[in-house]
Design a protein around this ligand. Sequence first.
Ligand SMILES: Nc1ncnc2c1ncn2[C@@H]1O[C@H](COP(=O)(O)OP(=O)(O)OP(=O)(O)O)[C@@H](O)[C@H]1O
Ligand SMILES: [Mg+2]
Length: 273
Amino acid sequence: MLRIEKLTKTFGQNTAVDAASVTVDKPQMIGIIGRSGAGKSTLLRMLNRLTDHTSGAIHFEGQEITALKGAAKREWQSQCAMIFQQFNLVPRMDVVSNVLHGTLNRRSTLATLFNLYPTEDIHRAIDILDRLGIAEHAPKRAEALSGGQQQRVAIARALMQDPRIILADEPIASLDPMNAQVVMQALRRIHEEDGRMVIANLHTLDTARRYCDRVIGMRAGRIVFDADPSKLTTSMAREIYGAGAEFSESATSTEIETLDATEKAKMEAEAYV
Ligand SMILES: Nc1ncnc2c1ncn2[C@@H]1O[C@H](COP(=O)(O)OP(=O)(O)OP(=O)(O)O)[C@@H](O)[C@H]1O
Ligand SMILES: [Mg+2]
């Protein structure tokens, strides 16, 4: 399906991604891990052509993605929707309009100018919000929602494009553990139920382990690990993160737990002492 061959990106003297090769045969849910600066975001950005590559190639179902230009490049970008850590919603605009923004590249300038959307698109947007459990928030301004709800709006906006691939750059890095769990479950469901490929940069090991079929570890631009999560031993993780004996799983992992309400209240109360 997806073939990344010796993909390289240099910024001046700095090689951000160094001859990365990945082959994906079926729509998997893939987590990319590695320390800050390892090249995770650059790899994702090259995948959806936000960043131009220096050398190597990306192929998707017979098409050379790295060679696309103009309208063909935009068509590819709508097929691989991107989700960001900071949600990138329009804060003062209502939720449903934010979601409808996902159809922008299909609409005429005039329709966009006057904020006109076909009724069927509006129904679809509400259906997608409903599927993500946030339909009741459709008329609210995006800024009135919690972080986890906003990230689900961003996922809904991505789904509006009916993408083949969802690229998520640290989708839960700004969320508390409960919301992180809800967002990861939403991505997992979209992967399982719709058969969409999901590739997510993740800052915690345990999230990658828990939700992904495959984990790619990057270090200094190179892919140093690529296997199913069961092979991700602590020593392997140490290798990926380039950490010494001081490395512990908890250093990179915020264990996601379903805190029950009383426990949470207790913790909050203690925080005020
Ligand atoms: N636009 C840019 N111009 C110059 N250098 C860049 C640019 N974008 C990234 N880099 C460099 O490329 C390398 C990889 O950066 P990248 O953002 O891909 O890492 P990352 O793994 O996503 O890190 P983080 O976990 O902090 O998000 C870093 O050394 C970074 O400084
Ligand atoms: Mg990054």
